[in-house]
Design a protein around this ligand. Structure first.
Ligand code: G4P
Ligand code: NA
Ligand code: NA
Length: 192
């Protein structure tokens, strides 16, 4: 998605440890007009699929998923992160390991909002090691719903997540795949 790549080049900041900061338009301050274009692009890429629900994960997936859900005209559910030992109530749960943050947390979705008959599209802002998407896919599986695919805004192509998700046979659409970034020159190289 050219508009997105241009914006990353213009406003993205490369930080130590191959971290791409997109705080000014994607996951702190949010450019909702850009989100609208992102939502429409996801819709184009999943044109031939029937989708009845969008599933994302808190926090920074929510804004994008909401705008996409309006374009798809379906409800949006976000998985909650929790570190509670005893998860009460009627929920699906699985563990997610964050390499970046060096911790494991549980993610949960109420049984009320996901189940058999749902055709689910996963949406997230970043795909790095793939643990968040794997966790969401696991929740979909546990619920008996059908996983249609996954849409991410920025895939870090030099990390393993994209390969893992694709090797599971999940239809993955990444709107910008960063192949490499140079902290010193500020250069970002995208995959074609
Ligand atoms: P994974 O889900 O792909 O395995 O991601 P990983 O554990 O490696 O990353 C942990 C968090 O860092 C995720 O957000 C992910 O979106 C985010 N992240 C990874 N690489 C980058 C990057 O280069 N730039 C930015 N801005 N974020 C990155 P989170 O902590 O799970 O959620 P949230 O509360 O921020 O949404
Ligand atoms: Na994030
Ligand atoms: Na995220």
């Amino acid at each position: 998605m050219q508009l997105l790549k241009d914006r990353i080049r213009k406003d993205g900041k490369i930080k130590e440890g191959n971290v791409l900061k997109v705080d000014s338009f994607l996951n702190h301050q949010m450019d909702v007009k850009l989100f609208q274009e992102i939502g429409k692009e996801f819709k184009r890429r999943f044109e031939d699929e029937e989708i009845t629900k969008i599933l994302t994960i808190e926090a920074s997936g929510i804004g994008i998923a909401c705008v996409a859900a309006e374009v798809f005209d379906v409800p949006v559910v976000f998985a909650k992160k929790t570190q509670t030992k005893n998860i009460a109530g009627d929920v699906y749960t699985t563990k997610v390991e964050s390499f970046t943050h060096g911790r494991v947390y549980d993610i949960i979705v109420s049984r009320e909002f996901l189940g058999k008959g749902d055709k689910v599209l996963l949406i997230d802002d970043f795909l790095a090691n793939g643990k968040a998407l794997e966790g969401l896919a696991e929740l979909v599986k546990k619920s008996g719903a059908e996983l249609v695919g996954a849409g991410v805004v920025i895939e870090k192509g030099f990390q393993v997540g994209g390969d893992i998700i694709r090797s599971k046979g999940i239809h993955l659409e990444s709107l910008a795949i960063v192949e490499s970034m140079d902290e010193k020159t500020g250069e970002v190289v995208f995959r074609n």
